[in-house]
Design a protein around this ligand. Structure first.
Ligand code: 1GP
Length: 241
């Protein structure tokens, strides 16, 4: 059976660009999910990520279950902590926060998640997660108690991405943080994507079709948008298939 990852690889080989909508279980109104997905299905969105730095009300499992009733798009957990793991999804981005030096988010959360993962059929995708300065203090920074890498420090970003690849990650995710003021610069995306062999995810602060195209053209294989869709659903209409 073809996996979600197989499809991401195939898209990369075919030069087909992928777009994920990020749904934060803390923010989404459950009653609105059916209507929201009608719009999603008319757009170029190919993947659904669900997760957030916090899941204060523990809505994750319920939100994923309802999303699964309303879409056939692959649904991946994008967890802020092991507590957000639910087998209602299709897969999980198994993240290591490689930009930080906090063992809790490099390995401890991962160890704690095994008890849940061991008996599920979730597709587990090892992902090197790299937090880059997006101009404001983001939730990832606050929750993980780590510093983002400066956008000026191209070498550090590239070396971190490649260290991820060399340690066996299947994806690298360059993250400016949800609601970032400054999205990741195209120069950085270009530099990393040319040297990296595995697919590159880019997210944080992308709010316009132009920014999306700039990031795709610079070499992002999959782009993640959360805040812009939360604040303005009409943006989905601008991204019609
Ligand atoms: C955050 O990269 C994602 O983890 C998306 O960020 O909410 O700014 O689109 P935005």
């Amino acid at each position: 059976k073809k996996t979600i990852y197989d499809d991401i690889i195939q898209a990369k080989q075919n030069g087909q660009k992928l777009l994920a909508v990020l749904i934060d279980p803390d923010k989404i109104d459950i009653n609105h999910i059916p209507e929201f997905f009608k719009k999603v299905h008319k757009s170029i969105v190919t993947h659904v990520f669900v997760g957030g730095s916090t899941d204060a009300e523990r809505k994750m499992e319920n939100v994923v279950a309802i999303i699964k009733q309303h879409t056939k798009l692959p649904v991946l957990i994008f967890p802020g902590s092991h507590e957000q793991i639910t087998e209602m999804a299709d897969g999980i981005l198994f993240l290591s926060l490689l930009s930080g030096r906090n063992p809790k988010y490099l390995i401890e959360q991962q160890v704690q998640s095994v008890v849940k993962l061991i008996n599920t059929s979730l597709e587990i995708i090892p992902t090197g997660y790299i937090l880059i300065d997006g101009g404001i203090e983001t939730a990832v920074q606050r929750v993980s108690e780590t510093q983002p890498i400066s956008q000026k420090n191209h070498a550090e970003i590239l070396h971190t991405a490649l260290a991820g690849q060399f340690s066996g990650k299947k994806l690298v995710y360059l993250e400016a943080g949800s609601g970032a003021q400054k999205a990741i610069k195209p120069e950085i995306i270009q530099e990393v994507s040319t040297k990296l062999q595995i697919p590159l995810i880019v997210g944080g602060g992308i709010r316009s079709k132009n920014q999306l195209n700039v990031a795709f053209n610079a070499g992002a294989d999959l782009i993640v948008i959360g805040t812009a869709f939360e604040q303005n659903e009409a943006f989905l209409n601008e991204l019609k298939r």
